[in-house]
Ligand binder design. Structure first.
Ligand code: GL2
Length: 832
């Protein structure tokens, strides 16, 4: 009650802000009220989901109080708003995170217990919103957390997919995909804003005519109009009393559009229209699938970009009628090229719909937009077949051509006569078929371009965007990724969080450089044993879940060696397997071999159309079947494939790891963020000099990091000189033994053909140099084994890893974006 009185008083200066009570009694009342009024349930008949919904609504109410206060605060016209455009937000479950960030955890737990339930049970009820594929989408979610925590006015704009990333089942060792029906029991966190809706045109053609004043006017006559409706989700900052906004767009039919068909009795036609319109936001595309030719994906990208920009323009016009000043209202970040149509769409809106001249529009577009590149893999660099682009977006193609014409003029002035360069930098690819190159569009239309780790940015400048770097070096900068310590330590590893806070205070949660204070505890035996106790408890919890989900019993005393991430050849899960096979053979050959017991845990989804990745999953499971049932290695080696790796499962897995596998071919993993989550939870890393591994090693110290393999320069040199994987096979007996075992049918019930495609790929191609790095990896793993035998020393390294990981908080990343790219000041605390 006190709280309410206090905020009610301050509401006079802040608008209406009746923050609801956050004590146990108030929470108890609120849960029962929601059960009654929102869920329409009697307590005696309520299901677990009813209670989950009631609790979530009670929590949301309290966040909305902060949200409305934040909105009031952010109406200040001086504040620039960060607009983060992303086709993916891999949020993970909301409830636990919101309880942590708002500080309501204890009250909610007590209130729930007073109702005869447990908070743990209700937390388990939530279906996580899997609106992303992996690192890129999860990064966007960490950034929303940091933006709200740092009190930066911000909106995340994206797509409200009806089906997120598929759920993974393992059947007979194979991945089977099932639809992710995350909305089936309702989503208590979102608020549908039916009145915030925009029309999005698609297809058709353009026409030119002169208006009454003799000016040339351009009309785009589409064949289709779709409506985008806003669904808002509040994002709680950590104890900041700021609630940020995630606005996702759902596609709907425009009511009026097919009224005629309806009137003519063509009821089914009208309903068809609705089905087609709603299909735009039906499903998230799994990545690693060739995107070319997927009209629906281009439509998704355009749809969300257009809704978002129309929304931003509406907000800007509330502040100022001058669209030339749009860049003072918004800083727009394009998360990869998926939203890069924003460049052309903002031009279209400004020029065609709001009457700005081209030059003025271009100036403001460029100073608003910034582009983050997340990959160097050629197959992930988006390009759209010109014809497909023209069919869906005829007006945008004209705009792209005009941007290109002017841009290529600049290029030829800077590099007279350099035809090859012009061809490379053009927004249109014309070698072979014709394509629109989205990375070029994003680069030309942005004032800033960044990579996501130091090495990645350097390689970006040398390779994929070299021409752009040479022409405009000042546009380029690096912002190394980060992860939020709220979800990834406080929420997922409460034991560790408590130990840390008891030792050095709680400031580390928002000032992770304070973790350095842990260094002096690294020589304190009682602290080290408490540290080990926490890790062991986390390992036991994971072991219990592994047993429940896979039927495999694992020994929590063994070394937990974990690789969880998307399955991809460049991430080299198969290199990990080669190590397992070698240990297996060593033990079989020499039962006395000094090999500390290990549990190898894998997890990750393969894109449904990625044959080799799916075969790797099958091989992991097949090796597991043989190794786990072989009495000769019993108690020494176990292999587990943890099904359906997602944010929820990650929260259980990262805290339980001893060893983090970050073994991609150097130069291929742009950053990685799982590497950070592991290390922040006290795992040691075995890794290559790739992505953010390089910086993690710099921070934690080379003596606390297990490094192996070729570096990016050596990888390039080896490829250039002609790489022959077969030689490594011939020259290394243990490698040969491992590969031959796979080939022999030992893991496939005698079916020697099953893994042949994988073996052939390794022997005759091995694009990602697994065989070249095999020996170095094995030697490094021996250093790991030796180190793990000295438990005390291992724990010291583990503490030092955590103590030195402060740099990798997403708060630091967001501060860098603010300073280097968005030009947004970090504000003093919100005046509550
Ligand atoms: C990725 C990179 O592969 C990954 O290394 C990086 O950490 C994340 C976030 O920057 O982005 N790029 C990409 O296309 N996906 C990623 O996860 N899907």
């Amino acid at each position: 009650a006190n709280n309410t009185v206090k905020t009610a008083a301050s509401s006079q200066t802040q608008g209406h802000n009746p923050r609801r009570g956050v004590g146990t009694a108030a929470m108890n009342r609120a849960i029962l009220d929601h059960l009654h009024f929102t869920m329409a349930r009697l307590p005696a008949l309520a299901s677990r989901n009813d209670w989950y919904m009631a609790l979530s609504h009670a929590v949301r109410d309290r966040m909305l109080d902060d949200w409305l206060a934040s909105l009031h605060h952010f109406r200040n016209k001086e504040l620039k708003v960060v607009s983060y455009l992303s086709a993916e937000f891999l949020l993970g479950p909301h409830l636990g995170n919101n309880l942590i960030n708002t500080g309501m955890w204890d009250a909610a737990r007590d209130a729930v217990e007073s109702l005869g339930l447990t908070l743990e049970d209700l937390l388990r009820q939530e279906e996580e919103p899997g609106l992303g594929n992996g690192g890129l989408g999860r990064l966007a979610a960490c950034y929303l957390d940091s933006l709200a925590t740092l009190r930066i006015p911000s909106i995340g704009y994206g797509i409200r997919y009806e089906f997120g990333i598929f759920d993974q089942l393992i059947r007979d060792g194979w991945q089977v995909e099932t639809a992710d029906k995350w909305l089936k029991f309702g989503n208590p966190w979102e608020i549908c804003r039916s009145e915030i809706a925009y029309e999005v045109k698609m297809g058709g053609h353009t026409e030119y005519h002169h208006d009454a004043d003799g000016r040339l006017a351009i009309a785009w006559l589409p064949v289709k109009v779709i409506k985008g409706v806003a669904y808002d989700t509040p994002i709680a900052g950590y104890r900041s009393r700021i609630t940020g906004l995630l606005r996702l767009w759902k596609s709907e039919a425009v009511e009026s559009f097919n009224f005629q068909a309806f009137n003519a009795g063509e009821y089914y036609h009208a309903v068809d229209e609705k089905v087609v319109s709603e299909s735009i936001t039906k499903v998230l595309y799994p990545n690693d699938e060739p995107g070319v030719g997927k009209l629906l994906r281009l439509a998704q990208q355009y749809f969300f970009v257009s809704c978002s920009l129309q929304d931003m323009i509406r907000v800007h016009l509330l502040r100022s009628p001058r669209l030339e000043e749009f860049d003072q209202t918004f800083a727009v970040q394009m998360n990869d090229t998926h939203p890069s149509l924003a460049v052309a769409e903002l031009m279209r809106l400004l020029v065609d719909e709001h009457g700005l001249g081209w030059d003025a529009a271009w100036k403001v577009t460029r100073s608003t937009m910034a582009y983050t590149n997340h990959t160097l893999l050629p197959e992930a660099l988006e390009k759209w077949p010109l014809q497909l682009f023209a069919n869906l977006l005829p007006r945008h193609l004209e705009i792209v051509y005009e941007i290109n014409r002017r841009f290529l003029d600049e290029v030829s002035q800077a590099y007279p006569g350099d035809q090859a360069r012009l061809a490379r930098m053009s927004l249109i690819e014309e070698t072979g078929g014709k394509f629109v190159r989205m990375a070029n569009l994003a680069s030309v239309g942005s004032h800033a371009i960044n990579g996501v780790a130091h090495l990645h940015t350097e390689l970006l400048k040398e390779t994929v965007l070299a021409d752009f770097y040479q022409m405009t070096p000042g546009k380029f900068c690096n912002v190394t990724n980060g992860v939020t310590p709220r979800r990834w330590v406080l929420l997922s590893n409460p034991g560790l969080a408590r130990l840390i806070s008891e030792s050095i205070g709680e400031e580390w949660v928002t000032a992770p450089e304070k973790l350095r204070k842990l260094e002096r505890f690294a020589s304190d035996p009682s602290f080290l044993s408490a540290w080990r106790w926490v890790k062991d408890a986390n390992k036991r919890a994971l072991a219990a879940t592994i047993l429940e989900r896979t039927g495999v019993t694992v020994d929590p005393e063994s070394l937990f060696d974990i690789q969880v991430k998307r399955i991809h050849e460049y991430k080299r899960q198969h290199l990990n397997l080669l190590h397992i096979l070698t240990l297996y053979h060593r033990i079989k050959r020499d039962p006395g071999a000094q090999i500390p017991p290990r549990t190898f845990i894998f997890g990750g989804k393969a894109a449904p159309g990625y044959f080799m990745a799916k075969l790797i999953i099958k091989l992991i499971n097949s090796v597991a079947e043989v190794v786990n049932t072989d009495p000769e290695v019993a108690g020494r080696l176990k292999v587990v494939f943890f099904p359906d790796f997602n944010v929820t499962n990650g929260q259980l897995i990262y805290p339980a790891a001893d060893l983090s596998e970050q073994i991609s071919t150097s130069g291929k993993e742009a950053s990685g963020t799982g590497n950070m989550k592991f290390s922040l939870n006290g795992a040691l890393t075995i890794g290559t000099l790739d992505g953010a591994n390089v910086e993690i090693r710099e921070e934690v110290g080379e003596e606390n990091f297990f490094l192996f393999g070729l570096n990016a320069t050596e990888v390039q040199a080896l490829k250039k000189s002609g790489y022959h994987p077969g030689r490594f096979y011939e020259e290394d007996g243990e490698l040969r033994e491992a590969i031959d075992a796979v080939r022999s049918g030992l893991f496939s019930h005698g079916d020697a053909g099953l893994f042949q495609p994988l073996v052939d790929h390794l022997l005759y191609d091995d694009e990602y140099l697994a065989l070249a790095d095999y020996r170095s990896y094995l030697e490094c793993q021996e250093r790991v084994s030796t180190a793990f035998r000295q438990r005390e020393l291992w724990s010291v390294k583990s503490v030092l890893n955590v103590a030195r990981m402060g740099k990798f908080s997403s708060d630091r990343s967001i501060r860098e974006y603010c300073e280097k790219i968005w030009k947004v000041p970090i504000r003093p605390p919100f005046p509550h």
